[in-house]
Design a protein around this ligand. Structure first.
Ligand code: DGL
Length: 280
């Protein structure tokens, strides 16, 4: 019996995370679920995000999957903690859900998630920018969780309204470039003369236009790759918990809550892979 790991997202963006995970774990089967029927989540209410995310995870667990990566920043920031604390223990106590926020916070602070006492932190000061959806920014989850562990690391947030839709619609590169440049200018404007050390693209779609962020940001600003960080974190997790791993071959399966016929244009999300979505 195979033991695929589930990766789910509000839509297609989580394919960027799947790509990095499949590369890091080439023998591990993965089962992708995109909530195209109800996504994007970026402007949804907290109650909706909680309800839709729980439903996706329940669907995956109902298919026999025991470990799910919630690849969506918006859902990880807003709903995951509540799902893990309130829902999971009573429904699937032996199953696990990992999000994308924890690995990012660990990478930004250099500390394990459990080291959340700022008195212990000797992490040197730096300024890190995060570009994300409106809901992720509103939640304040990234700056809050980083501040708890590393008070000298300042997280500057910038929402990028419209960018998810523009990427999905394959807008002309010049138009995307202008949008990205305006978000970078806004983020830089928040710094008031301070130096920006690094940024990360805290939305699953934005790595697809990482080159435009690179061009718009000052030289020397590091761009941390969230998909690679999540993949490294999953690899380490499976080493600690081999009961969730499976080395039977790197089969990838793609499912959607929406219409598979509408998903024939997604090569850019996972280059080199035939994205044969089925309805779940
Ligand atoms: N997957 C979402 C995220 O990473 C972006 C798309 C959406 O708004 O749902 O935040």
């Amino acid at each position: 019996m195979t033991n695929p790991i589930g990766i789910c997202d509000s839509g297609s963006g989580g394919l960027t995370v799947l790509g990095a995970c499949a590369k890091a774990l080439p023998d591990q089967p993965f089962f992708y679920l995109g909530d195209h029927n109800r996504g994007p989540y970026g402007n949804r209410s907290e109650a909706e995000i909680l309800k839709f995310t729980t439903a996706m995870i329940e669907t995956l667990f109902g298919r026999g999957i025991r470990l799910v990566i919630l690849a969506c920043n918006t859902a990880s920031a807003i709903a995951l903690r509540e799902i893990q604390e309130e829902w999971l223990p009573g429904h699937y106590p032996d199953h696990r859900i990992l999000g994308v926020l924890v690995p990012m916070v660990e990478a930004l602070t250099g500390l394990d998630w459990d080291r959340n006492n700022p008195g212990l932190s000797s992490v040197p000061s730096k300024n890190v920018g995060v570009f994300a959806t409106h809901s992720t920014v509103e939640s304040g989850a990234y700056p809050h969780q980083v501040r708890l562990r590393a008070p000298k690391v300042q997280v500057i947030q910038q929402a990028c309204p419209g960018l998810v839709g523009a990427i999905e619609e394959n807008l002309a590169e010049d138009d995307l470039r202008d949008m990205v440049a305006s978000f970078c200018t806004k983020l830089m404007g928040q710094l008031i003369g301070e130096r920006l050390d690094a940024v990360f693209l805290g939305c699953t779609h934005y790595p697809l236009v990482e080159n435009l962020f690179r061009d718009a940001l000052p030289a020397g600003v590091e761009i941390l790759s969230q998909p690679d960080i999540v993949a490294a974190s999953l690899t380490a997790y499976l080493t600690r918990h081999p009961e969730f791993a499976d080395n039977s071959g790197g089969k990838l399966e793609f499912f959607t809550t929406g219409d598979p016929a509408a998903l024939s244009h997604l090569e850019q999300f996972l280059p080199g892979t035939k994205l044969d979505f089925k309805t779940l």
